[in-house]
Design a protein. Structure first.
Length: 248
């Protein structure tokens, strides 16, 4: 059987599965696509191929949930997060160009597992939150997004600590990650990393990811927050462990 998008049928099936499951988790939690997709897809696509595929499909995936998220998001916080991200993201991408693909795979899995550990242990920031701090969190997300493809952990850990409604937390994370996709796609295009094949794969992956996002959004109920978090944590842990280079 011929390769499709430069992938064997088995490799393509794994990538499609990662896109779909990542979409479901993001649909009901507001995050999780990168944490699930990158560990599973990077062994097949390489760091930049996985980043480009993720970014393009991720632009389409959240579309069914954007309108509802925009109604409840803290727009001031969202603006500051995106600004901080835009300032620091180029530095993270430059660091990525200096490391080996195996280092990227370790970084993705270890960042995902570290974030998961903090969430499960319930470690929270209890101090006062200033506007400058929110911008700095966006900067940290931009650096992690560039060097490991994971802008979410810094923002997720920060917002899980805040005394906000779960709908607002979910909306802020979802819309920030949506904005990040446009930022990193612009920078990667400027670096000459976006190829026709990578863009085509991203568009192809957008279909299962969009279906997953719709399904996850349909499943979302604020009164079942603990169930959704447990399911998201389990999916992230399995993806992160399977993505470690230890397994080949």
């Amino acid at each position: 059987m011929p390769d499709i998008f430069g992938q064997s049928p088995q490799g393509l099936a794994i990538i499609l599965f990662a896109a779909f499951i990542g979409g479901i988790v993001r649909g009901f939690s507001g995050f999780g696509t990168a944490l699930i997709f990158l560990p599973l897809a990077t062994p097949h696509l390489g760091p930049f191929g996985a980043l480009i595929g993720l970014t393009i499909m991720d632009i389409f995936g959240p579309l069914p949930n954007l309108r509802r998220a925009w109604l409840v998001v803290d727009k001031g916080d969202l603006t500051r997060l995106v600004l901080g991200c835009a300032l620091v993201l180029p530095l993270g991408l430059w660091v990525l160009t200096q490391v080996e693909p195996e280092v990227f795979r370790y970084a993705v899995s270890l960042v995902a597992l570290s974030m998961l550990t903090v969430l499960i242990l319930g470690i929270r920031y209890r101090g006062r939150v200033s506007r400058t701090m929110v911008t700095a969190i966006g900067g940290a997300a931009g650096f992690l997004g560039g060097v490991a493809g994971l802008p979410g952990p810094a923002v997720i850990l920060f917002y899980m600590s805040r005394p906000l409604q779960i709908e607002t937390i979910r909306a802020t994370i979802l819309l920030f990650l949506f904005g990040f996709d446009f930022l990193i796609l612009g920078f990667l295009t400027g670096m000459g990393r976006v190829t026709l094949a990578a863009a085509g794969l991203g568009l192809f992956l957008a279909v299962p990811n969009l279906v997953g996002n719709w399904l996850g959004g349909w499943l979302f109920r604020p009164d079942r927050e603990r169930l959704y978090r447990a399911a998201a944590y389990l999916a992230i842990a399995l993806a992160a462990l399977s993505g470690l280079p230890l397994w080949g």
